[in-house]
Design a protein around this ligand. Structure first.
Ligand SMILES: *Cc1c(COP(=O)(O)O)cnc(C)c1O
Length: 220
């Protein structure tokens, strides 16, 4: 077994353990294996081990490796977890099955137009900048519930969940709790939160997807 496949198994075991510890069902927490910076050769053993859900943070990088892998394994589900520029919406809609980084009006409008044009409807999440970090993408937490409503009412987009990346130097718990609270206000059910260093905490706060890269593929 490859290192990555072994790591995958260990991470899945930890996800199940944390879910059970807080009386949740392990199958209610999805694992997004984050393969950014890794080439197809490094990703393949994880696919061969049976995993199908992957995350990438750059449209262009993903275009270089995933079309061929998706052709070979049609049941792969690919998530965009990095910032989306409006000139990339066309490519993003064509390639990704889930876009987790809807965070402003202009992108919502561009996605709606492009989804209609391509008749492809990736599932959508709104990214929330829970730490109000200047350099980070995501909508202001105070505007998030209103933005989810506008996505629906103005742009006809159904938002399935919320996503956040807590500040690197802070205790993530309060950020996960805030995301969960906004999701309740906004009436959305799914929460994408938790990475290699904090996914067990995120599960305790209600994560329905965790995004794990280095704990599976190694350091970047
Ligand atoms: C890279 C990345 C991850 C995975 O980070 P690790 O610490 O390697 O698990 C998760 N979410 C986003 C948005 C990322 O860009």
């Amino acid at each position: 077994m490859s290192d990555a496949a072994r790591n995958l198994e260990a991470v899945m075991g930890r996800i199940s353990g944390s879910a059970r510890e807080c009386d949740r069902e392990p199958e209610d927490v999805g694992l997004i294996a984050v393969s950014k910076t890794f080439a197809a050769d490094a990703i393949r053993p994880v696919i061969e081990a049976g995993h199908r859900v992957f995350g990438e943070n750059r449209v262009q990088e993903a275009q270089g490796k995933w079309p061929a892998l998706k052709e070979e394994y049609p049941d792969i589900e690919l998530h965009l977890i990095g910032p989306l520029q409006s000139n990339k919406t066309k490519d993003a809609i064509a390639l990704f099955d889930v876009i987790q980084t809807v965070d402003r009006e202009k992108i919502a409008a561009a996605l709606a137009a492009e989804m209609a044009k391509q008749n492809r409807h990736p599932r959508l999440y709104v990214q929330v900048n829970t730490g109000l970090e200047e350099q980070k993408a995501g909508i202001d937490p105070r505007e998030a519930a209103g933005f989810v409503a506008r996505c629906r009412e103005v742009h006809g987009l159904r938002i399935e969940g919320l996503m956040c990346i807590p500040p690197i130097d802070e205790n993530p718990g309060p950020h996960f709790a805030l995301l969960e609270k906004i999701a309740r206000e906004a009436g959305v059910k799914r929460l994408s939160m938790g990475m290699s260093g904090d996914f067990e905490t995120a599960i305790a706060f209600g994560a329905t997807s965790v995004r794990v890269g280095s704990a599976i593929f190694g350091s970047r």
